[in-house]
Design a protein around this ligand. Structure first.
Ligand SMILES: [Zn+2]
Length: 140
């Protein structure tokens, strides 16, 4: 089956997003909402749940959500399915998708923690924050 609908193909491939979208938080600092000042993730990796209303998601280590606002996981699943169906597409990447999700007025706070378990471990925390209190991103 071949789809000649270019408009549809554009939606399938997520756009590349500028790096300024991501703000690094130093290890040893709490992650706080830049809009209301609420602590979202404490220094000791404790997520404050539920987070403030600006928080869209707390994603840990590329593995899973500690928190995801209503509709986000369904939206991601839909993006992934579209990418899978689209052979022109470069493949699905959760990180890329999350960056797209927080646009246009959101940002991602990133903190990389280092610790010891059975060996050195690295924990990456991504917090998606949007200035506007979210409505679901429309699809199509
Ligand atoms: Zn807030």
């Amino acid at each position: 089956m071949h789809s000649g609908d270019d408009e549809t193909l554009k939606i399938h491939c997520l756009p590349v997003v500028e790096d300024e979208l991501v703000i690094s938080i130093d290890e040893g600092h709490a992650i706080t909402c830049p809009f209301c000042g609420s602590v979202v993730v404490t220094i000791a990796d404790g997520c404050v749940l539920p987070p403030c209303e600006h928080t869209q998601f707390i994603f840990i280590n590329g593995e899973g959500f500690e928190y995801a606002e209503a509709g986000l996981e369904a939206w991601l699943k839909e993006q992934e399915e579209r990418a899978d169906e689209d052979e022109e597409c470069c493949g699905f990447d959760v990180w890329d998708a999350l960056q797209t999700y927080v646009e246009p007025d959101g940002l991602i706070l990133e903190r990389i923690d280092h610790g010891m378990a059975c060996g050195p471990i690295k924990l990456t925390i991504w917090v998606g924050i949007s200035e506007t209190v979210p409505t679901l991103n429309p699809i199509g």
